[in-house]
Design a protein around this ligand. Structure first.
Ligand code: NAI
Ligand code: SOE
Length: 386
């Protein structure tokens, strides 16, 4: 008999859908003591029709139009924050104070000051918490982590990350409003730095350890856009592109590039790590493949024979690969939505006494600190410590 984990979800957009799907699916693949129950979903009153349709589609038991009401409800165990960034701080503080578990979408907050308060709130309340950096749980990315931890890459020299998209190239794309809040700095906090590079930084620090120093350049290609809320043409206050150099604590150096102006790129989230013993490369547009270059065999400590060195394209669908034994037979792929299912599976295991869950809000604070150092460096033009 499973125990109910009663979910209060705030936001019925893109992430509201991926999280709802994951709550419904997780028990189909990962046995758990806990059964997520979709108790209530919440959005703004202006979105009544959308929220009603959303609740019907996913099977939520009830609806609310003011997120504060969720905090007072004794029938909610976990608050899931799937709303624009500007709202994360207040919701997380209220949820922690009400003793609810917290799941919060990335980037954690608008800035480091907010993020610190959020971490303090959940830690003071002692509530389980999760930051939604879902790409860690793409099986190929988890396999990269395993390969690195097994010493197959060895001492790392270079870390190279990109996160490129192309959906804001047209000057006619407005900023703000329900759908394009990411282009409004007052709602998003920053542009590609918080929205896309936060993912790359979370992955990078997970795989290669802390970033110590950065130097950055940002560009805003289109300086003014019509604002959907006011109807006026207003200055654009976000970074359209951000490039930075990083020095890691382990002595390796990194390059990070992100833009929404890379014509042809949709969700080009890649990383390559070059080490003494080997290398790995991943591209989210080809998500079930991890490329691995074997130079030294860690079992023998010997160099691979020259005629056998080369890049291996590992099709990450074997039952020995992270998460995959829960799904289909070897060769059958899973998709984007499974990264959220995998994350909730690990989260449920952790609240049932299993391995500690990461990334927590504290881990996401680290990412926020790197983002803030990047944006500060872009303003000053100077190398900046994290
Ligand atoms: P969205 O625009 O699709 O949905 C946002 C939702 O928030 C809408 O349903 C809207 O009704 C709701 N909302 C806005 N103000 C509200 C309020 N005052 N009270 C209640 N609901 C309110 O946005 P999306 O893409 O779902 O993004 C939400 C969060 O998820 C953001 O922080 C974003 O950065 C993050 N995100 C993370 C992704 C990941 O890969 N982990 C992918 C996409 C978004
Ligand atoms: C932006 O388009 C976006 O949806 C980001 O907000 C997500 O974090 C990223 O995973 C996909 O792209």
């Amino acid at each position: 008999m499973s125990e109910e984990l009663r979910i209060g979800l705030i936001g019925c957009g893109f992430m509201g859908r991926t999280h709802s799907n994951a709550y419904l699916q997780v028990k189909h693949f990962f046995p758990s003591r806990y059964k997520p129950v979709l108790k209530v979903c919440c959005a703004r009153p202006e979105e009544k029709d959308k929220l009603e349709a959303f609740a019907a589609t996913w099977g939520y038991e009830s609806l609310e139009f003011d997120w504060r009401k969720l905090m007072a409800r004794p029938d909610i165990d976990l608050i899931d924050v799937c709303v624009p960034n500007v709202l994360h701080h207040d919701i997380v503080l209220a949820a922690a104070e009400a003793g609810k578990m917290v799941v919060c979408e990335k980037p954690l907050a608008m800035n480091v000051a907010e993020a610190k308060e959020m971490v303090a709130a959940v830690e003071r309340a002692g509530v389980a918490n999760m930051a939604s950096f879902n790409y860690r749980r793409v099986p190929a990315v988890s396999l990269a982590k395993q390969i690195i931890d097994e010493g197959r890459v060895g001492r790392t020299f270079h870390y190279r990350a990109t996160y490129n998209q192309d959906y804001t190239i047209s000057a006619d794309v407005p900023q703000g409003g329900m759908s394009l809040w990411r282009l409004d700095g007052r709602v998003a906090g920053s542009g590609v730095t918080g929205d896309l590079l936060a993912h790359s930084i979370d992955t990078a620090e997970w795989l290669n350890g802390p970033i110590r120093r950065v130097v950055a350049y940002t560009e805003t290609f289109i300086k003014e856009r019509k604002h959907s809320d006011t109807g006026r043409v207003e200055p654009v206050t976000i970074d359209d592109a951000c490039l930075f150099l990083a020095v890691f604590a382990n002595g390796s150096c990194g390059t990070f590039e992100s833009t929404r102006y890379a014509r042809g790129r949709k969700n080009y989230n890649t990383f390559e790590i070059n080490g003494e013993n080997g290398a790995v490369f991943f591209d989210l547009e080809d998500p079930h493949i991890l490329q691995y270059f074997r130079y030294v065999d860690p079992a023998t400590g010997k160099k691979i024979e020259d005629h056998l060195t080369g890049w291996q394209r590992i099709h990450v669908t074997n039952s020995e690969h992270p998460f995959m034994k829960r799904y289909w037979v070897p060769g059958c792929t899973i998709g984007y939505e499974h990264t959220f299912i995998n994350a909730f599976a690990d989260f449920l295991a952790s609240i049932d006494g299993g391995p500690e869950f990461h990334p927590t809000l504290r881990d996401a604070l680290r990412t926020q600190q790197v983002c803030e150092a990047v944006l500060s460096s872009a303003r000053s033009g100077q190398w900046t410590d994290v």
